[in-house]
Ligand binder design. Structure first.
Ligand SMILES: [Zn+2]
Length: 690
């Protein structure tokens, strides 16, 4: 997930068509699809500007209609226009945000960035609109549970936003919110724009895969340029036999946006703290967790301690094994440097598990993987996902699919999967349109940077890329399946933010099943199915390092929490980052590592990065409920779809968990997974899946 707004009002994802009468006429006459797809108006920044402002104007009209009601307030005359306003703003916000990452030209991306801010500002204004709050608060308690939950949560979010405060306070809040949005975007933009390069000697590329070498020819001086873009730098950091190159690349990557983001981050944290204080919370973290499953930093600290207890010893064992291994090759190593962990893990996996991660790449050509992930999700969730030709998108390489349940169309998904100049460098799922039952279908897109997409390149993926694909597809399915509710604000991405990584991480686990993989993992030249014994070695090798990875996740969680609880004025980013790094990691911190400066989750998740670990626990608990012998075809997939995904945000996430598990979540499955007794450590993946 990639979110650029926090504490927007409750339903900050999603929807379309403003006034009821406009909706009615649109339903009966041919609609202009560019009305809900900004990109269909072309790459002209002025056209995007006009499109966004049309939607924002409709939102204003909805609010005016809501406020003009005389007499008894009903869902139809109050909640519905509120939801429609939210829908209009969400359309503007999401599509600006997507085009900021994928737009064809710099001019368009710049415009999209500015418009994202305009839409966020309007959302903030709505979240502070006192007459709207009073109108909603005056509604009688809705008779049906989903609407009741939507209304109650909306009112709670309104109070969190400070709407019941006096005029002067609300004005201050709005100024702070706008400033926070602006600084958050600046933080991300600095990361986005700061691509660094390292010059390597040809000899330093020893160990790298042949296709990487082929795509990185040396210049006349024998130098090869490697950028900090992940597809460029990650393979070099993992495979290069040159410790010097690995170190230079690590420092270049962890130096991105440093020192530029130092003051941006300080200003961001200062404004957040000020806002939290204004609203009566001791820290931003207290404020940001008040409406989450986690509830409070106190509860979070307990949770992180429990995870630390579960992962510390197994993590230390893994690290000791790794150090002993590295010392056999190089006795001078005292401690494995942060720049070398991935490299040594890869070497260790090769020797210990007789597994070279390059050896499976030929079985994962991009096109087959796309087909395979879609087929697996289709079977699991009882869906039909069909390619659609001739759809106008924002770039010719983007592919489009429609999602059906039986004959009922549920929504549309887009795949923007390969890197290109100026495009966002990461992997994310983003909503494009919210769903409103019977009126508007949810649409979403993946924005990724996988290999391939160039004529003649089969796009051989790392197996880790395939896991990422499953992950992002899990988000996309959540958005589409959970976007069938009566209101836009009940869409899946409006569930508590610290639940959204559960469905994505749950789908990741399907990668570990041979039956799932064998259906699509075929050698790109010979067509041979991924051999079972190679699969077993891959799964065993993959399971190695889980506990130390969890320790690293604890480090990120702690940085995110500490940066939002310590006083920002005197916060020494390097010192706190280093302290948290050393508290959990056993690899050696490298002086000059300023990773926090490019840790964009500090904008999106702010203090709540813990979401990934928390949701991993839930995801593994979910996955353990599936029938090992029939992962995709058994009845649990449909039960999961109906009890966890389809409700979207119509229930508290804790209830979604209970509805599926028939209890609260616990660490049992997580512990088994970490000790590699879960999906992969045993003789076959599936026999140990419970
Ligand atoms: Zn995710």
């Amino acid at each position: 997930m990639n979110r650029r707004a926090h504490h927007a009002p409750p339903a900050f994802v999603l929807a379309f068509l403003a006034l009821a009468q406009v909706a009615a006429s649109a339903a009966s006459s041919p609609t202009d699809s560019s009305d809900i797809h900004a990109w269909e108006r072309g790459d002209d920044p002025a056209a995007l500007d006009a499109w966004v402002h049309e939607h924002l104007k409709r939102a204003d009209a909805d609010i005016a209609q809501l406020l003009a009601v005389k007499g008894t307030r009903t869902n139809a005359n109050t909640l519905r226009p509120y939801d429609e306003a939210l829908n209009e703003i969400s359309l503007a916000q999401f599509q600006s945000s997507v085009l900021y990452g994928v737009g064809a030209t710099k001019e368009l991306r710049d415009k999209a960035q500015a418009l994202t801010q305009v839409a966020n500002d309007q959302l903030t204004a709505l979240s502070l609109n006192q007459p709207v709050y009073r109108a909603l608060a005056a509604l009688p308690t809705p008779g049906d549970a989903p609407t009741r939950h939507y209304l109650e949560r909306t009112l709670f979010e309104y109070r969190l936003a400070g709407v019941d405060r006096d005029d002067a306070t609300r004005e201050k809040i709005k100024v702070l919110q706008d400033k926070i949005t602006e600084l958050g975007l600046a933080f991300e933009r600095n990361v986005h724009d700061d691509v660094r390069t390292v010059l390597a000697d040809k000899a330093q590329l020893d160990g790298l895969p042949a296709d990487y070498l082929a795509s990185h020819p040396a210049d006349a001086q024998g130098h090869v340029k490697i950028s900090t873009d992940p597809p460029d730098s990650w393979p070099a950091r993992k495979f290069s036999n040159s410790a010097t190159l690995r170190r230079e690349l690590y420092l270049a990557s962890t130096g991105v946006a440093y020192p530029k983001n130092t003051e941006v981050l300080r200003a961001l944290l200062t404004n957040r703290e000020e806002l939290a204080h204004l609203l009566g919370y001791p820290t931003w973290a207290d404020y940001a967790m008040a409406d989450q499953m986690m509830g409070s930093p106190k509860h979070l600290t307990e949770f992180l301690n429990a995870i630390n207890e579960a992962s510390r010893e197994p993590g230390a064992r893994e690290d000791d094994q790794l150090l002993a291994f590295a010392r056999q090759r190089d006795p001078s190593i005292e401690k494995i440097s942060a720049a070398d962990v991935r490299y040594w893990q890869e070497q260790y996996r090769r020797v210990t598990f007789n597994f070279d991660s390059q050896s499976v790449r030929p079985y994962f050509p991009y096109a087959e993987v796309e087909r395979g992930v879609i087929a697996a999700a289709s079977e699991l969730f009882h869906l039909t996902i069909k390619p659609v030709a001739g759809v106008r998108t924002w770039h010719p390489s983007v592919t489009t699919y429609d999602v059906y349940s039986g004959n009922v169309k549920l929504g549309r998904i887009y795949m923007d999967m390969h890197p290109r100049e100026g495009k966002d460098k990461w992997f994310s799922t983003q909503g494009l349109t919210p769903g409103i039952h019977g009126r508007q279908l949810p649409e979403g897109t993946l924005v990724c940077n996988f290999p391939g997409g160039v004529a003649g390149d089969p796009g051989l993926m790392q197996y880790g890329d395939v896991i990422v694909f499953f992950h992002e597809f899990g988000h996309l399915m959540h958005h589409v399946i959970g976007g069938q509710n009566a209101y836009a604000g009940e869409g899946a991405f409006n569930v508590e933010l610290d639940f959204v990584e559960a469905p994505s991480q749950m789908l990741e686990e399907f990668f570990h099943d041979y039956g799932v993989l064998a259906a699509f993992a075929r050698h790109y030249q010979s067509g041979e199915v991924l051999p079972h014994e190679l699969y077993e070695r891959m799964i065993r090798a993959d399971a190695y390092g889980r506990a130390s990875d969890e320790q690293r996740q604890l480090m990120y969680s702690a940085v995110s929490l500490d940066f939002h609880t310590l006083p920002p004025g005197t916060l020494d980013f390097d010192a706190v980052y280093k302290r948290d790094f050393e508290r959990y990691n056993t690899s050696a911190y490298l002086p000059g590592d300023h990773l926090w400066a490019s840790f964009t989750h500090l904008n999106g998740y702010s203090s709540n990065y813990y979401t990934y670990v928390y949701d991993k626990v839930i995801a593994l608990d979910f996955f353990a409920q599936f029938e090992p012998q029939s992962l995709l075809g058994g009845p649990t997939g449909m039960r999961y779809r109906e009890s966890v995904l389809a409700p979207g945000a119509t229930k508290p996430a804790l209830e979604l968990v209970r509805d599926f598990l028939h209890r609260d979540t616990n660490l049992d499955a997580y512990r088994r997974w970490m000790l590699a007794e879960f999906a992969g450590g045993g003789a076959t993946a599936s026999s140990s899946a419970r």
